[in-house]
Design a protein around this ligand. Sequence first.
Ligand code: AMP
Ligand code: GLY
Length: 425
Amino acid sequence: MKILILGSGGREHTFAWKIAQSKRCSQLFIAPGNAGTAAHGQNVALDPLDFAAVGQFVLLSSIDMVLVGPEEPLVRGIWDYFQEHESLKHIPVIGPSKAGAVLEGSKAWSKKFMERHRIPTAAYREFTADDIEEGARYLAQHPLPIVLKADGLAAGKGVVICQNHAEAENEFRAMLDGKFGAAGDRVVVEAFLDGIEFSVFVLTDGKNYKILPEAKDYKRIGEGDTGPNTGGMGAVSPVPFVDEAMWKMVEQRIIAPTVKGLRKEKIVYKGFIFFGLIKVAGEPFVIEYNCRMGDPETEVVLPRLKNDLVQLLENCAKGTLGRIRIRTDKKTATTIFLVSGGYPDHYEKGKTITGLEQVKGGFAFHAGTRFQDEKVLTNGGRVLAMTSLAKDLSGALRKSKRNAKVVQFQGKYYRRDIGKDLEGL
Ligand code: AMP
Ligand code: GLY
């Protein structure tokens, strides 16, 4: 079958790499893709948010399936767009309907959903500009730290953890005053959960679900988890503290009620669900849902997945995921992101990348890269994810670090402590 992947990051390169290994895929397109995806298929200059252009391309190129990488097309309703057009209706779009993507698109909605289905999460309240003074009074008596979340999509920046009441009130008023645009028209005020985070992924056809390997992401720019949040600086899979007992709780208390809850509410969901979880006093709680795979988590999850991904996606589309048994590589996968100097604030693009041919015993998954005049140039904040597999965490980290060193570009930065907190656990 002919497959179109939408997106241009490390996640999409990893999808392309995995899909290209399947005999079921005869032709692969990535829109818009990057310098890495071009090695596995054909990049197409299309904006994933321009649904009309995507639909036209799908018809012209006889695409049989669309895999949506990032959240924004899903939250804006690309699934629904295909359903609304007679000529596109029969072409599966892997990803939830707009009604399902709201799990990520509205934090207030997802909190209410978890409440309805008794899924463990932090206590919260939501406020709009209409009840700003009541919100300020609520904050004044709230224990510290206080977590404030802009309701809508805010490019990963909409969560602020406040250490004192004055800061919380200022931030609360700024959010409701448009600091994050319309995303902050509604603000969720949440209790702070003190624990260790991990991510769990499922692929669901709306009825059945298949659990993929778990991962831990490193979000802060600085070593020792310091400095501002980023899209993700590295990841590890498996996560040593996620043992059998934890898996049982996660599945019974979180995964099963989420999939069942969506079905009960008649929300169409055929795609990935990303559960951002936190272990507090030995028990799992939901920090957030995403309606897609994680990035950089995909760069460690897919290399451990032994199944044919295209077969999984086909079964997902047909509603027959129940027939599949997930097979996982026991090895540990690690990825270290090489980022542009200055990221996540200001950084420059267009730097020449060298040394890619020296990467050994692992993969360089491209994120912010592009080709120009036969050179690979940086084209974003997060540039390359250096993934390795080895029989243990230390071995995989050694390989990822070696590969992180041999690839060069001006301003290159990476965290040298990815996975360090998990060694010896
Ligand atoms: P999010 O954008 O929802 O992924 O949140 C960003 C980060 O904020 C999460 O990865 C957590 O590290 C942190 N966070 C969000 N909610 C909470 C909470 N209730 N307690 C503690 N940390 C949180
Ligand atoms: N790594 C976090 C995310 O994909 O949202």
